[in-house]
Design a protein around this ligand. Structure first.
Ligand code: COI
Length: 356
């Protein structure tokens, strides 16, 4: 066993790597995991010394609160390798802040910044061969926290586990997506946990999304819970609409995830001289724009999804097709963003975080 003990992290290295068994040209999202994982337990009122160990199954008692009350939050981030084998993260400070914001909302203790960055950087150093260069490749990182205390009274746990697992990634969606505007179900409501990356926000979408899939749509665009009149976000990404040459996206609120890709697109729009309105956008406005031909595009923005164009939307038994635009903003934002992430373009906002 290859054990490295430092004063920061206890590391047990994998004896053999699984990397040779992986077909990096044919990766479905989130099915293959790298050789190592990071973990850190919270007990006796504090986060304990972090550890890195070979990726493996772990044992948790069936009474752990996460299984009963869903006390769990997560993040999605990516690492990129350039042609000189330098490895970068993209705006990791944003993920750090957001996981703690999500944790506070779910009554989970905040995780120390030093452990977060030390964990990510050490893990990426160990598993750097899993990050392939090239604009289509990245390593998806999934930090998460679960309530591990074996106790089933309905109250916050006294014990937690923070972990990071890593999965080599290509595109999340291989084709433009067809989306259904929500008319009955809701993702969240005012005062709820919609802004947080709480595990239950995602699980609660699966049933209505299954119903939408039976009608030929891959995703739902969630609308405000009280009227279903305003478009908010898709299950796996924030959403942008282009009417004429103007971009529109919903403002952040209690119900919408404060997406890192979303805020980067808003900044890039400003850099590129594209007008972007951050305001409420109604179902009626988008249907009218589609009917009068001014709706040019809809696209999603997210870490996993990057920039994913929408090819059609459905509402109230009608389907509205969106004609593919050769000079689409989706293509422009996607390439601009990927070039920054892969160290192929100037990083004027200091978004790249060099790791290796
Ligand atoms: C991400 O983009 O990182 C997400 O968390 C979306 C996910 C549910 C795949």
């Amino acid at each position: 066993m290859n054990v490295i003990t430092s004063n920061k992290i206890d590391i047990v290295k994998a004896e053999t790597s699984k990397i040779t068994s992986v077909d990096f040209d044919n990766l479905a999202f989130g099915l293959v995991f790298t050789d190592h994982m990071f973990l850190c337990d919270f007990k006796d009122g504090k986060w304990q010394k972090p550890q890195i160990m070979p990726y493996q199954a772990m044992s948790i008692e069936p009474s752990a609160r996460v299984f009963h009350y869903g006390q769990a939050v997560f993040e999605g981030m990516k690492a990129y390798k350039d042609e000189n084998d330098k490895v970068f993260l993209f705006r990791p400070d944003q993920n750090f802040e957001r996981i703690n914001k999500s944790s506070v909302r779910m009554a989970i203790p905040e995780f120390p910044k030093e452990y977060f960055f030390e964990g990510l950087e050490t893990l990426l150093n160990l598993d750097k061969d899993w990050i392939k260069s090239g604009i289509d490749n990245s390593l998806y990182l999934r930090p998460f926290v679960i309530a591990t205390e074996p106790a089933i009274s309905a109250s916050p746990a006294n014990e937690y586990r923070f972990m990071i697992i890593c999965s080599p990634a290509k595109a999340y969606y291989n084709e433009p997506v067809r989306v259904l505007f929500a008319e009955k179900y809701s993702r969240c409501a005012d005062g709820g946990v919609g802004f947080a990356k709480a595990a239950g926000n995602y699980g609660a979408q699966f049933y209505p999304t299954n119903l939408a899939q039976k009608e030929g749509f891959q995703q739902i665009i969630w609308t405000d819970a009280s009227t279903h009149d305003y478009l908010e976000e898709a299950g796996t990404m924030n959403i942008f609409f282009r009417i004429g040459d103007k971009l529109i996206t919903a403002p952040n609120n209690d119900r919408i995830l404060d997406g890192v890709t979303r805020k980067s697109v808003i900044q890039l729009a400003e850099d590129l001289g594209i007008e972007c309105e951050v305001r409420r956008v109604s179902v009626t406005e988008i249907k009218e724009a589609s009917r009068n031909g001014s709706l040019k595009e809809i696209f999603g923005a997210g870490t996993a999804a990057v920039i994913s164009p929408v090819s059609a939307f459905g509402h109230n038994c009608e389907v509205f097709e969106i004609v593919e635009n050769e000079n689409s903003y989706a293509k422009l934002f996607k390439s601009t963003l990927l070039n920054i992430q892969h160290n192929l373009a100037e990083d004027k906002h200091g978004w790249r975080h060099e790791v290796i």
